[in-house]
Design a protein around this ligand. Structure first.
Ligand code: ADP
Ligand code: MG
Length: 261
């Protein structure tokens, strides 16, 4: 387990949580066939929160965050994102997807498109943004993730850390109000983890609402305002990082922490 970000100064005064609710999940249940993968999930996320979701492999972390933008469908309960309920209504799904960006372990860039084209594709074709404006926006976010000079290269010509930063920039080009991260650094070599975490920290400092599945407990300690521990498809425990790490309540959490810390 790394504490790779400990040398970066984080301006905690910028990390403000508002009273406004961004995501409300109520009594949510999901099955894969007969397998009951998520059980009675209740979670309220306010705007500006940075939530780290931890838990053993197979506990349902990916499934839960994928339900928030309908990459997976829940069967019971309610998910409301920015006031819109996630139902099978395509209009609602589109609206929610336009507010929620997602970044995966594997970057899922299009290998045959340049970095710039990867970033402008959805704005041009989904959002109908004029090409010139889409390019300006893409360059803005590529500068933000510190790789504007790579814009005309192809993904295969970039390092893993650079590709993940492109994936983040590509999400930001859709101007999301919420970002979901699913183990964004797990496929990266150690020296590249830090540059991706730094990008995520900057997003946090700008007030982005973030849900991050990650094993980076240094990030959780320093950036998260809340850590959620999942096991067997349930939220077992949640707390502010200090309490979560120093004083875990449930045996499952204690056992998990003793393995990773
Ligand atoms: P985590 O991200 O915490 O490792 P996942 O959400 O990926 O957990 O998976 C939770 C459980 O659901 C695991 O037992 C996994 O094998 C199962 N699972 C995940 N995706 C599918 C799927 N598409 N079909 C059936 N079972 C799945
Ligand atoms: Mg997962």
């Amino acid at each position: 387990m790394s504490d790779l970000i400990s040398d970066r100064n984080i301006d905690r005064s910028k990390l403000q949580v508002s009273d406004e609710v961004a995501i409300q999940i109520t009594n949510m249940n999901k099955w894969y066939g007969q397998f009951h993968v998520l059980r009675d999930i209740n979670l309220t996320v306010n705007r500006g929160e940075r939530i780290v979701i931890a838990g053993p492999s197979g506990s349902g972390k990916s499934t839960m965050i994928r339900c928030i933008n309908r990459l997976e469908e829940h069967q019971q309960g309610q998910i409301i994102v920015d006031g819109t309920e996630l139902t099978s209504d395509l209009k609602n799904i589109d609206k929610i997807r336009s507010e929620v960006g997602m970044c995966f372990q594997h970057f899922n860039l299009f290998p045959h498109l340049t970095i710039l084209e990867n970033c402008t594709l959805a704005p041009i074709w989904v959002r109908k943004t004029p090409k010139k404006e889409a390019i300006e926006t893409a360059m803005h976010f590529l500068e933000k993730v510190k790789i504007p000079d790579q814009a005309h290269k192809y993904p295969g010509q970039l390092s893993g850390g650079q590709q993940q930063r492109v994936a983040i920039a590509r999400s930001l080009c859709m101007k999301p109000r919420i970002m979901l991260f699913d183990e964004p650094t797990s496929a990266l070599d150690p020296e590249m983890i830090k540059e991706v975490l730094d990008t995520m920290i900057e997003l946090a400092e700008e007030g982005m609402t973030m849900l991050c599945v990650t094993h980076e407990m240094g990030f959780a300690r320093q950036v998260a305002n809340r850590v959620i521990f999942m096991a067997d498809g349930q939220i077992v425990e949640q707390n502010e990082p200090e309490e979560f790490f120093n004083n875990p309540k449930s045996e499952r959490t204690q056992q998990f922490l003793s393995q990773i810390l």
